[in-house]
Design a protein around this ligand. Structure first.
Ligand SMILES: Nc1ncnc2c1ncn2[C@@H]1O[C@H](COP(=O)(O)OP(=O)(O)OP(=O)(O)O)[C@@H](O)[C@H]1O
Ligand SMILES: [Mg+2]
Length: 338
């Protein structure tokens, strides 16, 4: 354990984690005895080839799948033993997710997609809309706030995905192949954005990838082979010089950092140079006075509300609207006419 870890308590402790899938007579050991500790504010990468067990491990850490054997402790709580209801609440309070295929809801605008986790956490509409707008400006989408996913490029959609994952300042953010569908240049932008936000907010970021260049952004790299940790690399004491990044285009914001950097992320100042889709977008140019997200060292308590069924990947937008309508939370789905 590195000396700087010794003074901190781990956020996540995993011991003897095993996951066996049984397919007929065949047993697949997706995870085969994983032990690890992840510390506050660490940026961690799970690196391995296809089928090595990275996603299975990430899903166990996030409580999305139950292990066959072993324990997953987060902030001292055994999440592998939690009921689905308690887990849903725990995830809502402590975790954010970035997916390879973005998983944005197609019928919702960028604002509504970003505001969704806040809606499920019971945050009032006015506040969650303001926070969603601030986040979208921070990720350089000030002029795309009313766009729906199909009206955005892959890189823009992933920026919405990042805004959604970080808007509630969760203490842990999980990202499974977050740049898997993006080109090299956009990959660098997206990685820099996630790393900068995590560093600024002192969040723990856990990234799954097969790409060594992505892993270079992490403090610690866990090499996964056949469901086991084959080695652990500590990047913090290394001076990493990644391959030269292509020059930025004039209309793209440059977050100006490279692996290992702690440069702060600044909200875009002019709302970006994208052309608004229609004149209704004038509100997108408003000056935001306070774009800071909250900082906290411990998981913070959200208002004590009844947990609402969280949206699942396969949920349609109609279903989400139904969930929102059935909740006590005042909400409104924007339409093109707004
Ligand atoms: N639901 C399942 N049923 C049966 N086997 C599964 C299931 N999910 C995963 N596996 C198996 O477990 C192993 C690890 O899968 P996992 O998805 O964790 O790999 P991965 O490292 O994320 O791969 P990739 O980079 O391709 O996403 C694989 O052999 C896979 O076939
Ligand atoms: Mg995977």
């Amino acid at each position: 354990m590195a000396e700087k870890d010794a003074v901190k308590k781990p956020v996540i402790t995993i011991s003897g984690l095993t996951k066996v899938f049984v397919l007929g007579r065949e047993k697949v050991y997706a995870l085969n005895g994983i032990d690890l500790e992840i510390y506050p504010s660490e940026i961690v990468c799970l690196l391995g080839t296809s089928g090595s067990g990275k996603s299975t491990l990430l899903n166990m850490m996030a409580g999305l799948e139950k292990p066959t054997k072993g324990a997953v402790n987060i902030y001292g709580e055994r999440i592998d033993k939690m009921s689905e209801r308690k887990l849903a609440m725990f995830r809502q309070r402590n975790m954010g997710f970035v997916f390879q295929s973005y998983n944005l809801l197609p019928n919702l605008s960028a604002i509504d997609n970003v505001a969704l986790p806040l809606a499920f956490a019971g945050v009032k509409k006015k506040i969650r809309t303001k926070k969603a707008k601030d986040m979208l400006k921070l990720v350089g989408l000030g002029k795309r706030m009313r766009h729906k996913p199909t009206q955005m490029s892959g890189g823009q959609q992933q920026r919405v995905g990042i805004a959604r994952a970080f808007v509630g300042t969760p203490k842990i953010v999980f990202a499974d192949e977050p740049t898997g569908n993006l080109d090299t240049r956009t990959t660098i932008e997206i990685m820099e954005m996630m790393v900068t936000m995590s560093r600024q907010n002192k969040q723990t970021l856990i990234i799954v990838t097969h790409d060594i260049e992505i892993a270079a952004y992490a403090d610690k790299i866990y090499h996964i082979i056949d469901g086991r940790i084959s080695s652990v690399e500590d990047n913090r004491d290394k001076q990493i010089v990644p391959g030269a990044a292509p020059p930025p285009e004039p209309d793209q914001i440059d977050f100006g950092i490279r692996p290992g950097s702690t440069e702060p992320l600044k909200p875009e100042e002019d709302g970006g140079k994208d052309i608004p889709e229609n004149a209704e977008n004038t509100e997108n140019t408003e000056i935001i006075e306070d774009t800071k997200t909250e900082l906290a060292d411990e998981p913070k308590d959200l208002p004590d509300i009844e947990p609402i069924e969280s949206p699942k990947e396969e949920d349609s937008a109609d279903r989400i609207e139904e969930i929102l309508k059935n909740s006590e939370i005042p909400t409104e789905i924007h339409t093109e006419e707004d």
